[in-house]
Design a protein around this ligand. Sequence first.
Ligand code: GLN
Length: 190
Amino acid sequence: MAGKGKLFGVLALQGDFEKHQHSLESAGARQCEVRNLDDLKRVDALVIPGGESTTMLRLMDYYDLFEPLKAFGAEKPIFGTCAGAILMARGVSSPAQKSLDVMDIDVERNAYGRQVDSRIIELESSVGNVEAVFIRAPIIRRTGPEVEVLASYLGDAVLVKQGKHLAATFHPELTDDIRVHKLFMDLVGE
Ligand code: GLN
């Protein structure tokens, strides 16, 4: 399986990128780390992992990747989880910070509050019931007309799709279930 087909990059500046690499491998995708512009130019699709979006933004600026990533997202598919979803949004609050604006969603960071900021739940989604791990997750406060909601939790969208882009406020990469990664691979056309 490996060797042919689309190349999936995983943004490897900070966060749980190795978990995504593992999920992609398990799903049969060809994958590599993306740490600089040369890496980015080689890949057909990109995963932005969970982690700390503010730190990732700083590193994007440091490595001059912010504008190239924005341009990449205007053309090629991106899948972001948690911090990755925050970075893909159009608007970010609590606190506000810049973002790549590849999906027409607005997110509020760390929105589930301190007491219950991390949890694992069973979630009904378009790919079946999945175990969803939330860690200091954002809440998607607005979805634009092009955005399709594939799963919701407590009334808020938690898995959304727009064209070939996919964003989850939880972490499918932290489970052995590869269906959400497979869904992204389908969107990419792999
Ligand atoms: N709270 C983090 C942020 O705002 C996201 C947490 C995560 O990716 N698990 O970037």
